[in-house]
Design a protein around this ligand. Structure first.
Ligand code: HEC
Length: 160
């Protein structure tokens, strides 16, 4: 019993230390800035329960997605619609490989919805490719905005 109490106390002291260290690393100036922006709020998104190396890999893939978005935007800006369609379809379009990747994460984490968030992005990329291929740049631009919103719908729900 005594030992249990000692262990509980030790845990309490460590937890308080960690909390204190976290607070200390924020300067008063930064605190003030954060207050102006509505103050520190807890991150209430769902943490994806996947091993650390998978998180590294997933984030690498994400940065590639952002590169792809940049390439599509550049091609649309230059009115290179064939190129925009090609990049959107080949790098971001829905495919059995994408389906496998997304549903694997869903299965591993048990997070229903992960695959449909992914699918929404990839299918929007196919729609964008169709519009660009038909020569409709305005429509493709609108779809690009929707695509980016679809990226963020997942970010608003899940985190590492
Ligand atoms: C199905 C879910 C999902 C979709 C769809 C998704 N992401 Fe992500 N993304 C994540 C998760 C989870 C993280 C990790 C967030 C964290 O670090 O807490 C992330 C992180 C990122 C990051 C940060 C990478 C880093 O190095 O920290 C970028 C950039 C990013 N995503 C871009 C995109 C873009 C662009 C798209 C759309 C083309 C997209 N994501 C679609 C889930 C998703």
């Amino acid at each position: 019993m005594k030992k249990r109490l000692q262990i509980s106390l030790l845990i309490l002291v460590i937890a308080a230390g960690v909390a204190h260290a976290e607070e200390e690393s924020i300067s008063p100036h930064m605190m003030e800035m954060m207050k102006k922006m509505g103050g520190a709020k807890p991150d209430e998104r769902t943490e994806l329960n996947i091993p650390a190396p998978m998180k590294v890999m997933q984030k690498r893939m994400m940065r590639k997605h952002l590169d792809t978005i940049s390439e599509i935007t550049a091609a649309l800006a230059a009115n290179e619609l064939e190129q925009a369609a090609k990049v959107a379809r080949e790098r971001l379009g829905w495919s059995p490989a994408e389906e496998k990747r997304c549903s694997m994460v869903e299965k591993m984490t048990g997070e229903a919805g992960f695959t449909s968030f992914g699918m929404a992005v990839h299918k929007k990329a196919d729609e964008l490719a169709d519009a660009a291929q038909k020569g409709d740049r305005d429509k493709a631009m609108g779809l690009l905005s929707e695509l980016i919103n679809n990226c963020n719908n997942c970010h608003k729900t899940f985190r590492h």
